[in-house]
Design a protein around this ligand. Structure first.
Ligand code: THU
Length: 142
């Protein structure tokens, strides 16, 4: 993963702020690990998501999935920027499934900011998070 400590863009900072704020609403009584995510649709609108756990543990959903669902429900299908934040020792890495979900709606070069609540940040991209992604071309044999 490309680790950058450079000054983030204003857009990246506003997206991270949205993720930080919505994280407070995460429902994580089992893991106690609250995650906030925000994606910016191609229109510029920000969509937010949090992890929503369940007493039947596998039924829980990740923050990234929630933000993507909000974007799709609003009628947008392209995301141009992502931010994820948690109270983790290092900037929180999206799980494997969420990497594939982000790749469905973003591009390889789409910027992703991963952060801790202490202010540590890591700037990366969807392509760096999921090299060799499975896509439509893998279903074309001809
Ligand atoms: N979690 C997320 O919301 N996003 C990730 O990418 C990593 C994990 C959540 C799922 C679960 O509610 C908690 O963090 C602990 O795994």
């Amino acid at each position: 993963m490309d680790k950058t400590r450079s000054q983030p863009t204003e857009e990246a900072m506003s997206l991270l702020k949205a993720a930080r704020e919505v994280r407070e609403n995460a429902y994580a009584p089992y893991s106690k690990f609250k995650v906030g995510a925000a994606v910016r649709g191609a229109s510029g609108v920000i969509y937010r998501g949090v992890n929503v756990e369940n007493v039947a543990y596998p039924e829980g959903t990740c923050a990234e999935a929630g933000a993507i669902a909000a974007m799709i429900a609003a009628g947008e299908t392209e995301l141009i920027e992502v931010a994820v934040i948690a109270d983790s020792p290092t900037p929180v890495p999206p799980c494997g499934g969420c990497r594939q979900k982000l790749a469905e709606f973003g591009r390889a070069e789409t910027p992703v900011t991963l952060a801790t609540t202490d202010g540590d940040r890591l700037e990366t991209t969807i392509g760096d998070l999921l090299p060799g992604r499975f896509d439509m071309s893998h279903m074309d044999k001809a």
